[in-house]
Design a protein around this ligand. Structure first.
Ligand code: HEM
Length: 507
C-alpha cells in the first residue's frame, strides 16, 4: 500500500515537472499579452473554424498590441501582425533566420516529410538550393500552355462529375486536388501523374492524406508526441505514409522515360525544376537525401496551396454571383480564347479578384518559423532573447481594420485598382510594406508565386467561360480548424454554358 503512494507521488511529481516544462512561459520574452494554451488546441475541442478562433481569442490582443506570446509547435513563440514589425523581420534574414522543423524537431512526421530542403534552409545551403530550383520555378511564361490544357481537362471533369453527380452537389476539393496535382506534375516535375484521367491513384490518395496527417493539431503543437510512434498507432501510420510518398515519388521521377532525353543538354528555356534538381544530384552538388527532400518540397508546395486557394475561389464566387458574372463579362468582352500570361493585362477585374482572394483567404494563414540568431530589439515591442521563435498570422494582417481600413473584412476586388498595371503595382507595394503577405515577403518570398497566380488566373478564366456554379444551398461554411485556410468539404452545383468563341462574337 505504501509503495502505491510512493509511486503515485513520484508520478505526480514527474507530471508536474512535465507540465511546468511545457507550459511555463520563459523569462525574457517581451511584455505582450499571453494567449492561453487552450486556444492553440481550440480547433480540437471547440469545433470552431480558424476564422472564429481568431475572432474570439486573437484579434483583439493582436490588433491592440501587434504581437502576442502564444504556444505553437511545442513552445512559446511571438506571433506578430503589425506590418512594420513584420517588414523588419522579413528584411533581416541573417537575424531572423528560417528555422524549419528539421532543425527544431527532426524526429517529427513533418520532418520525415520535408527533410533537408530549401524552405527550411538558411545561409549558403539556401543559396545553393535556390540557385538550383528558382530558375525552373520562375519560368511562368513557359507554363501557360500546359496550365490551359490542364484547366480545360479539369472543367471537363467538373462537368462530367456533375452529370453523374449526387443530388446534394459535387464535393469539389478532391477534384481540385486532382487538377493541381496534374498541373504541378507536368509543369515542375515533367511527369504525367494521370490524376485528371483517373480517380483513386495512389499518389492522389497519399496527397490527400498528407495535410490531414501533418496538421493534426495535437501532434503539430506537441511535437514531442512524435517521439513515441510505438505508443500512438496513428503516428506509426503517419511515418509509413511519408516513407511511401518518398519512395513512390522518387520512383516516378527517376524511372520516367524522359530521363533518357536528359542525356543531351536541354535548352535552358525548357529546363524544368526537376531537370536542374537531377543535374545537381548527378553532379554531386546535393546529396540523395537533399534531392529527395527538395523533390517532396516541390511536390507538396506545388499543388497544395493552390488547391486551398481554389477551394476558397469556388466558395467566394459560388456564393457571390455578381463577382462571378462580372469576371465572366470581362472574359467574354476580351474575346480572348487561349490566354497566355500576357493576356491578363487585358483582364484587370479577374486579376483583382485573385489578389482579393489571396488577401481575404491566404492559404498559409499562419507561419511561425523564424529564429533570432542573437538578442535583439523588435521595434517598440521589446527585447527578444537569442533563440526566440517568431512568426506571423497573415489572415490577421489582411483583415485588420487598422491596416486595410473599415472594409478590411469585406471582399472588394475594386480596392486593388482598375488597370492590371495598377493592381500588380499595388500588390508589390503592399507586399513590401508587410500588409499583403500571402506569399511572405523580401528574399524568402515564395518562388512559386508567379506559377500559382498564373494557374489560378487561367483556371478562373476557363471556369467563367465554360461553366456557372453556385454553392449547394444546404452547405454551411466551415473553415479549416488550423493549418491551411480553406472551406471544409465544399459542395457546389455546376452548369455548362453554351460555347462562345471570338468568331461567334464577331458574327
Ligand atoms: C497559392 C499558392 C501558394 C502560396 C499561398 C504560397 C505561400 C508561400 C509562403 C507564405 C512561403 C514562405 C514560407 C516561409 O516563410 O517559410 C512560401 C515559400 C515557398 N514556396 Fe510557396 N506558395 C504557393 C505556391 C507555391 C508553388 C506552386 C510552389 C512551387 C513549387 C511553391 C514553392 C515554394 C518554395 C520552394 C518556398 C520556399 C522559399 C524559401 O524559403 O526561400 N509555392 N510559399
Amino acid at each position: 500500500m505504501l509503495s502505491f503512494f510512493v509511486y503515485a507521488a513520484y508520478g505526480s511529481m514527474i507530471l508536474t515537472l512535465l507540465v511546468y516544462k511545457y507550459f511555463h512561459v520563459p523569462k525574457g520574452l517581451p511584455n505582450v499579452p499571453t494567449v492561453p494554451v487552450y486556444v492553440t488546441l481550440a480547433g480540437l475541442w471547440s469545433g470552431l473554424g480558424q476564422d472564429e478562433i481568431y475572432d474570439r481569442w486573437l484579434r483583439k490582443p493582436l490588433e491592440t498590441h501587434g504581437a502576442v506570446k502564444i504556444w505553437v509547435q511545442g513552445g512559446w513563440r511571438i506571433l506578430i501582425t503589425r506590418p512594420d514589425l513584420l517588414t523588419s523581420i522579413f528584411r533581416d534574414e541573417d537575424l531572423y533566420a528560417k528555422s524549419g522543423h528539421m532543425k527544431r524537431a527532426p524526429w517529427t512526421v513533418i520532418s520525415a516529410l520535408l527533410g533537408d530542403n530549401m524552405l527550411a534552409a538558411h545561409g549558403d545551403k539556401w543559396r545553393l538550393f535556390a540557385s538550383i530550383m528558382k530558375p525552373g520555378l520562375q519560368k511562368t511564361r513557359h507554363h501557360s500552355g500546359l496550365l490551359l490544357e490542364k484547366s480545360r481537362e479539369f472543367i471537363d471533369l467538373l462537368i462530367r462529375t456533375q452529370a453523374d453527380g449526387p443530388d446534394g452537389g459535387i464535393l469539389v476539393d478532391p477534384l481540385i486536388q486532382r487538377f493541381t496535382l496534374a498541373a504541378m506534375g507536368e509543369s515542375l516535375l515533367d511527369l504525367d501523374l494521370g490524376t485528371l484521367d483517373r480517380a483513386g491513384l495512389r499518389i492522389d490518395e497519399l496527397a490527400a492524406m498528407i495535410i490531414r496527417t501533418v496538421f493534426k493539431p495535437l501532434y503539430f503543437h506537441f511535437p514531442d508526441l512524435d517521439r513515441f510512434p510505438w505508443l500512438f498507432r496513428s503516428r506509426k501510420r503517419a511515418f509509413a505514409i511519408m516513407k511511401e510518398l518518398d519512395d513512390l515519388l522518387c520512383h516516378l521521377v527517376r524511372e520516367n522515360p524522359r530521363k533518357l532525353e536528359l542525356k543531351k543538354p536541354l535548352d535552358s528555356q525548357d529546363e524544368l525544376v526537376i531537370h536542374s534538381l537531377e543535374r545537381a544530384l548527378d553532379e554531386k552538388l546535393i546529396s540523395d537525401h537533399q534531392f529527395r527532400s527538395n523533390l517532396k518540397l516541390m511536390f507538396v508546395t506545388g499543388y497544395e496551396n493552390t488547391q486551398q486557394l481554389l477551394n476558397s475561389l469556388f466558395w467566394k464566387l459560388g456564393t457571390d454571383q455578381s463577382v462571378q458574372d462580372k469576371v465572366r463579362t470581362e472574359v467574354y468582352d476580351s474575346n480572348i480564347i487561349d490566354p497566355t500570361e500576357e493576356s491578363f493585362s487585358a483582364l484587370p477585374y479577374l486579376t483583382a479578384v485573385v489578389a482579393e482572394l489571396l488577401r481575404c483567404y491566404p492559404p498559409i494563414s499562419q507561419l511561425v518559423n523564424r529564429r533570432t540568431q542573437k538578442p535583439c530589439r523588435l521595434g517598440d515591442i521589446g527585447d527578444l532573447p537569442q533563440g526566440t521563435i517568431v512568426g506571423y498570422n497573415a489572415y490577421g494582417v489582411h483583415t485588420d481594420e487598422h491596416v486595410w481600413g473599415p472594409t478590411a473584412r469585406d471582399f472588394i476586388p475594386e480596392r486593388w485598382g482598375h488597370s492590371s498595371d495598377e493592381i500588380l503595382a499595388r500588390m508589390r507595394k503592399e507586399t513590401a510594406k508587410g500588409t499583403f503577405i500571402p506569399f511572405s515577403s523580401h528574399n524568402r518570398k515564395c518562388p512559386g508565386l508567379g506559377f500559382a497566380v498564373l494557374e489560378t488566373k487561367i483556371v478562373l478564366f476557363e471556369l467563367v467561360r465554360r461553366v456557372k456554379w453556385h454553392v449547394a444551398p444546404d452547405y454551411k461554411i466551415k473553415w479549416t480548424r488550423g493549418g491551411f485556410l480553406m472551406p471544409l468539404e465544399l459542395r457546389i452545383f455546376v452548369s455548362e454554358l453554351p460555347v462562345r468563341d471570338a468568331k461567334a462574337e464577331e458574327n
